[in-house]
Design a binder for this molecule. Structure first.
Ligand code: PBG
Length: 340
């Protein structure tokens, strides 16, 4: 029986009705708030392309962590801006690295907040790539055919795993509760799992950035974390935005290697990837509403082209509706405040 017996507008008449039949709800418990930690003290430096997001010195990060917890958001993810960068990503795994220092300080002051550590090398490498760079033509034929700048280097996979594992262990030692590798090297989840277990961190879970795309939406992050590649791009390790089936293979391999939770990134342009992953896999699924998604909303709102709060909440509820159980978002604090 169709119209006039069926009228879907009957259940949309009042907010009480709409709320009763609502299928998806946001709660602060599912948010993760990203923090960018930098050297110094008393520092809060706003990121130009991400209004409301700051580079924070450790003491300020502790204050921020306290506020996050008070709002009912259970977790933060730490990114580091090291004192100096080199070709061995020393700042990523040093015992007194910036993330390690921040994790120790936050752990000792804000006990129950879950600290995630982004494990990657791009912020710590002078060249800004997520793995070790070997220069020299990959093959003479390719080098001759392609413009020299793109053919003259390679991001080495297996040797990078050792540095990533070392980074994960040093973060766990500093009090990081959840290890989140975002580098997209093959085999890194297995390598990190073995290294953590070997060092005695058998209870430290891995949240794998399993399906991470080579995305233009990371632009503002690279300013926030000072991690833009100095040459070339990340397309030889991050995924092609055109591929969905490959994302399922990436996730499957990470699950086999021991990932406890998986992530799709970016979020809003990739809702089909989130939905398909939700159907196929039974692990907790996270989605990262990335810097460019945030910056677009902020920029349009500043021009008064959209209603900022409304679009913020709509974007989050849609990411959740697609199937994400956790959302990493720069809106975590503000959305939590609105939900309270
Ligand atoms: C590190 C990393 C990136 C992001 C999270 N971890 C940048 C990149 O891969 O270039 C992006 C997050 C964002 O854009 O908000 N590899």
């Amino acid at each position: 029986m169709a119209f006039p017996a069926n009228r879907l507008r009957r259940l949309r008449r009042t907010e009480t009705l709409r709320s009763m039949v609502r299928e998806t709800r946001l709660t602060p418990e599912s948010f993760v708030y990203p923090l960018f930690v930098c050297p110094g003290s008393g520092l809060r430096k706003e990121v130009r392309s991400m209004p409301g997001v700051f580079n924070l010195s450790v003491d300020e990060a502790v204050k921020e962590a306290r506020e996050v917890q008070a709002l009912g958001v259970p977790s933060i993810i730490l990114f580091g801006l090291p004192e100096k960068k080199d070709e061995a990503a020393t700042g990523a795994w040093a015992d007194d690295g910036i993330v390690q220092r921040a994790a120790r300080a936050i752990k000792s002051e804000v006990r129950d907040l879950l600290i995630m550590g982004d494990v990657c090398l791009c912020e710590y490498m002078s060249h800004g790539h997520c793995g070790i760079v070997k220069s020299g033509p990959q093959s003479l034929g390719a080098a001759a055919a392609a413009p020299p700048a793109t053919a003259e280097y390679e991001i080495v996979n297996d040797a990078s795993l050792e540095i990533l594992s070392r980074t994960a262990v040093s973060q766990a030692r500093a009090g990081v509760d959840i290890i989140a590798p975002s580098d997209m090297m093959d085999g890194r989840v297995g390598a990190i799992r073995r290294a953590l277990d070997h060092a005695g961190y058998t209870n430290t879970p891995i949240l794998s950035y399993a399906a991470k795309y080579a995305s233009g939406f990371y632009g503002p992050f690279r300013e926030a974390a000072d991690s833009a590649p100095q040459f070339g791009d990340r397309r030889s390790y991050q995924m092609d935005p055109a591929n969905l089936r490959e994302a399922m293979r990436e996730i499957e391999l990470d699950v086999e290697e021991g990932a406890d939770m998986i992530m799709v990134k970016p979020a809003m342009p990739y809702l089909d990837v989130i939905a398909t992953a939700r159907e196929r896999f039974d692990l907790p699924l996270a989605a990262y509403q990335v810097s460019g998604e945030y910056a677009m909303i902020e920029a349009a709102a500043r021009n008064q082209w959209i209603d900022r709060q409304r679009v913020m909440m709509e974007s989050l509820v849609c990411i959740r509706r697609a199937g994400a159980s956790m959302i990493l978002t720069y809106y975590a604090k503000e959305a939590a405040r609105l939900l309270a």
